[in-house]
Design a protein around this ligand. Structure first.
Ligand code: ZN
Length: 304
């Protein structure tokens, strides 16, 4: 029994995705879209957890490569962001990540990123806290000024050595000379087929191992140190916002529902309803660049 439970937990921490389901919101007592009521709850919250997904970065122009219309060449991210794809075709996977790195190096935080960062700074002065738990692998929350950020899926701008395990922040453009001008996304662009010794390699003396993006691939488990911190935040928050998340990638899709199961109010901000909408107290439909600044603006009860 215990073993079974352990297996289930381990499986639950492996990153995987389900199909997107979109449809009209079923007319039930919850969730509601009462912003005035949400604002009252917000004004009393001391520890706010904001869980963000690709929708926040999409408003900065960062594609997710998750839909049919968002393919890179012939593939979606779940075809390329896997350990199997990286070991079979490291050149192709590096081209894909090189393209994504170059994209995010040129993007600026969106209105939603800025609203979250401003809220954290303002509430800190009032002895209240905001933590961002994000699935996004770009650096836009930090660029916006958010200080307390837990990146559960890793970072596009970090590498990890396959040989020595060294993790390094790496914002070089291009990351190596062989990838210069490679990674074009068009459906007819042929693979560059870069020899593995010309792909990004470790700088540590005597190592020279192959580097990989320090991101969590589909099928891999999430970093246990980060997950421990996420668990603590999920236990202590007294308000949760789930922003720009399609809630189809696990285990992050379960974070909001788990917090809601403690009786904590959870508000979803998304362009569509999601498979998890029914678990939440509030659902604010629309672009989070429009709904979030209203939700997180200074409340009249805040003392400055
Ligand atoms: Zn190394």
């Amino acid at each position: 029994m215990l073993l079974q439970k352990r297996a289930a937990i381990a499986l639950g921490l492996r990153m995987c995705s389900t199909h997107v389901t979109k449809g009209p919101l079923i007319d039930t007592a919850r969730p509601n879209a009462d912003m005035a009521e949400f604002r009252k709850v917000f004004s009393k919250a001391k520890h706010i957890a904001i869980i963000t997904g690709a929708g926040v970065s999409a408003e900065s122009g960062v594609p997710t490569f998750r839909g049919e219309h968002e393919k890179w060449r012939k593939w979606m991210s779940q075809d390329l962001a896997t350990p199997e794809a990286f070991s079979r075709t490291p050149s192709r996977v590096w081209e894909f990540y090189h393209y994504r790195r170059e994209l995010v190096l040129n993007k600026k935080p969106s209105v939603a990123h800025l609203a979250i960062a401003e809220c954290e700074a303002r509430l800190k002065k009032q002895g209240r806290s905001v933590v961002v738990i994000t699935q996004c692998i770009d650096d836009l929350h930090r660029q916006a000024g958010s200080k307390h950020v837990l990146k559960i899926h890793g970072s596009l701008l970090e590498t990890r050595c396959m040989t020595c395990g060294e993790v390094t922040v790496n914002k070089r453009s291009p990351i190596c000379s062989a990838l210069k001008d490679k990674g074009a996304p068009g459906p007819d662009v042929p693979d560059a087929v870069i020899p593995v010794d010309k792909l990004p390699r470790c700088d540590e003396s005597d190592c020279h191992g192959l580097l990989r993006p320090n991101v969590v691939f589909f099928g891999e488990t999430l970093d246990s140190h980060i997950l421990t911190k996420v668990e603590k935040e999920m236990e202590t928050c007294d308000l949760c916002l789930v922003v720009g998340m399609s809630s189809i990638v696990y285990p992050a899709a379960m974070f909001g529902p788990r917090i809601a199961s403690r009786g904590v109010p959870v508000a979803e901000f998304n362009t569509n309803v999601t498979p998890k909408t029914e678990y939440f107290t509030y659902h604010f439909q629309g672009r989070c660049g429009i709904t979030l600044p209203q939700a997180l603006a200074p409340h009249e009860s805040e003392v400055f």
